[in-house]
Design a protein around this ligand. Structure first.
Ligand code: UD1
Ligand code: CA
Length: 455
């Protein structure tokens, strides 16, 4: 029987942020979401999240996890005080409690698994994860005997200069025999530099406590300030990119690319430099993305190319070419084998297949059939200053350069719009529409010279 508690009530003063620390985001997921995910494979009987500062926001951010129990720690008096809040919830519980700091986002599920199996095998009162850090500053130091049995944990600010030399640190990841912990929790005292109730003191009271050292110290990095947030981000990026390269994705100049770990890529995708893939983005095989592109929450079909473009909340079907310098905004759906070219902006529009909008166009709130050509400089005027209106363009229609389609308006199939037209009324299929002043030519006309004007 295992329960998990995640400590997430602290403000995270060192972040200097209005947002609770655990809600800061790392490659598409908040710190708290990451730590919650890392304990799910364990299938714990109960999952507690201790909330306090910004508690409602933290709760809200985890609403897709239905069986989390939120425990309020109204005053944040320390990590030990946080765990004390569980006493009424776990009355009579005979199993083990895994405690995870909410600010350790790179922890692997296998490490929690290792913690639990070691704990059970040795029937310890408590077991904790430690590692040797190159720079242990800020962490509690772990002192053991030769059999990895804990002598004590001393917080960084309570260490003597000699103790500070110890690079073996407490990860803030523990497994407790709950009845044993429940017995010592009420005895905690806030007699330390921070005047807080330390969970590490409860650990010090228990016996025997075993320490499990892990090799990859990066896993246990705590995020307390923006610099550590950046460090964790870089480590995560390396993990994500290594995974995709191993799965058959080419990354050209990986250091210049960023990929959220919510992104899904298929083999034989090529990502060019300075490209950023975010949110729930899916890119099918054969695509070439970048250089210089940003894609967010979008689905990209097979063999699409995207060059120096920004795409968000959109869907692009196979074989379409985007860019350079296209901007496809929310709810743009583009069919197969289209060409969306230079300086074209689209929003909330649905296009069929084999359409061309190759240069300088704005398409908003439009429905477009197949094989439509949008000429250079064509615009759907979808906004009358108060409301947005739709434009429909039938298959085979050619919208001449520099025309304005004033919405709401419907163009049928195979319509030709003469260049420079301002179309304000619907146009039936198979017609030519010219909506501009006729050209006037005056033969022999010449501007009078200045001296002629005087006479
Ligand atoms: C803690 C450990 C330290 C360890 C380090 C690892 C203690 C006393 N120290 O220090 O030994 O090396 O983690 O990262 O435990 N929290 C609450 N309520 C509180 C205080 C904190 O829920 O009243 C939460 C915070 O939101 C945070 C976590 O507990 O997620 C850890 O708190 P933090 O203040 O960051 O502890 P550290 O000083 O890093
Ligand atoms: Ca911390």
């Amino acid at each position: 029987m295992v329960a998990v508690a995640i400590l997430a009530a602290g403000r995270g003063t060192r972040m200097k942020s209005a947002l609770p620390k655990v809600l800061h985001s790392l490659a598409g997921r908040s710190l708290i979401e990451r730590i919650v995910n890392s304990c799910l494979p364990l299938h714990p009987l109960r999952k507690f999240v201790i909330i306090g500062y910004g508690g409602d926001l933290v709760k809200q951010s985890l609403k897709s996890y239905p069986d989390i129990e939120f425990v309020e720690q109204t005053q944040q008096l320390g990590t030990g005080h946080a765990v004390q809040q569980l006493l009424p919830y776990l009355e009579g519980f005979e199993g083990d409690l895994i405690v995870l700091n909410g600010d350790v986002p790179l922890l692997r599920p296998e490490t929690i698994e290792l913690l639990l199996t070691t704990h059970k095998k040795n029937r310890n009162a408590a077991t904790l994860i430690a590692a040797y850090l190159p720079n242990p500053q800020g962490y509690g130091r772990v002192f053991c005997d030769n059999n990895n049995i804990l002598k004590e944990i001393v917080e960084d600010r309570d260490c003597t200069p000699a103790q500070k030399q110890n690079r073996r640190v407490n990860a803030g990841i523990y497994c407790f025999n709950w009845p044993a912990l429940a017995k010592v929790l009420p005895n905690l005292k806030a007699e330390n530099d921070q005047k807080e109730y330390y969970l590490t003191d409860a650990v010090n009271y228990l016996n025997p406590v075993m320490v499990v050292d892990i090799e990859d110290y990066q896993e246990i990095l705590g995020v307390n300030d923006r610099k550590q947030l950046a460090t964790a981000y870089n480590i995560l990026q390396t993990r994500i990119k290594d995974t995709w390269m191993a799965a058959g994705v080419t990354l050209i100049d990986p250091d210049s690319i960023t990929i959220d770990d919510t992104v899904k890529l298929y083999p034989d995708v090529i990502i060019e430099p300075q490209t950023h893939l975010r949110g729930n983005t899916i890119i099918q095989s054969g695509c070439r993305i970048g250089p210089g592109s940003l894609i967010e929450n979008s689905e990209i079909g097979q063999n699409v190319t995207v060059l120096y473009s920004v795409i968000s909340d959109s869907k692009i079907a196979a074989g379409t070419r985007v860019g350079p310098y296209a901007h496809l905004r929310a709810h743009t759906i583009i069919g197969e084998n289209c060409r969306i070219g230079n300086f074209v902006e689209m929003k909330n529009s649905k296009l069929g297949e084999k359409n061309n909008a190759a240069h300088l166009a704005y398409i908003g709130d439009a429905t477009i059939g197949d094989r439509v050509n949008i000429g250079a400089g064509a615009i759907t005027a979808n906004y009358d200053g108060i409301n947005k209106h739709p434009t429909h363009i039938g298959s085979g229609t050619k919208v001449g350069s520099n025309s304005v389609l004033v919405a709401p308006v419907v163009l049928g199939e195979n319509v030709t719009v003469a260049a420079g037209s301002v179309v304000t009324e619907n146009v039936p299929s198979d017609s030519l529409v010219i909506a501009r002043a006729r050209q006037v030519v005056k033969p022999g006309w010449r501007m009078k010279k200045k001296d002629e004007q005087k006479n």
